[in-house]
Design a protein around this ligand. Structure first.
Ligand SMILES: CC(C)(COP(=O)(O)OP(=O)(O)OC[C@H]1O[C@@H](n2cnc3c(N)ncnc32)[C@H](O)[C@@H]1OP(=O)(O)O)[C@@H](O)C(=O)NCCC(=O)NCCS
Length: 181
């Protein structure tokens, strides 16, 4: 578990299903990240049991003030889009419930995860991307040191049935050594 002033990053629990559905059924959230809004608490429970069932790489963002999960933060190999990842380079992903947007919560959560990655792994770099029409996500990455690669790729997941351009960013992790990039 990781902790900062306002939040914890902790594993998802099956008991979060109702809360997850409350936030993830919002059509403003999932489609911005390329996934469909959840349609039932059962679907949210299934996501917790499958997609979020990786305590080492996927965390609930818990707001300490309320004790409620208000978002997700994680990294891993899975990528349904054509991001130009290097061999073995993990992909970062996240979302935050809409009532909590623009309070710095996602930036705080990403910084916590990056500290954890630096301290517990030898991962050299991370890749991520955001739909061009979702600049808030790019801002979060940039605030945490990600740099635009200048590349754009197209969403192959096509949740919306259209080809949506994705702006690609990368973070080089130096682990205290000088980066050779
Ligand atoms: C993207 C998302 C995770 C950001 O979470 P958040 O907790 O609001 O992020 P933060 O408050 O830490 O930072 C948001 C930044 O974006 C900026 N921002 C918000 N709307 C913006 C816009 N339309 N254009 C440019 N910047 C914008 C904010 O001003 C803030 O930057 P600042 O601190 O320099 O002012 C959240 O909006 C979300 O969950 N969206 C839906 C899912 C999603 O997009 N996931 C990422 C997929 S790549």
């Amino acid at each position: 578990m990781m902790e900062s002033n306002r939040i914890l990053l902790r594993p998802w629990r099956e008991s979060d299903a109702k809360t997850l559905f409350k936030w993830a059924s919002d059509p403003e959230v999932g489609p911005r990240a390329g996934w469909a809004p959840h349609k039932s608490v059962e679907e949210s429970l299934e996501i917790i049991r499958t997609v979020f069932n990786d305590a080492l790489h996927t965390w609930a963002i818990e707001l300490k003030e309320t004790g409620e999960a208000i978002g997700a933060m994680g990294y891993g190999p899975s990528c349904e889009c054509d991001l130009p990842a290097r061999e073995g380079e993990p992909l970062v992903g996240y979302w935050v419930a809409k009532p909590y947007w623009n309070r710095g919560i996602c930036t705080e959560a990403l910084r916590l995860m990056l500290d954890h990655i630096r301290q517990t792994t030898d991962i050299k770099s991370l890749i991520s991307g955001h739909f061009v029409d979702n600049p808030a996500s790019g801002r979060v990455m940039e605030k945490c040191g990600f740099v635009p690669t200048g590349e754009t790729c197209i969403d192959a997941n096509q949740y919306h049935g259209e080809n949506r351009p994705i702006r690609v960013l990368r973070l080089s992790l130096s682990h205290g050594a000088i980066s050779l990039e």
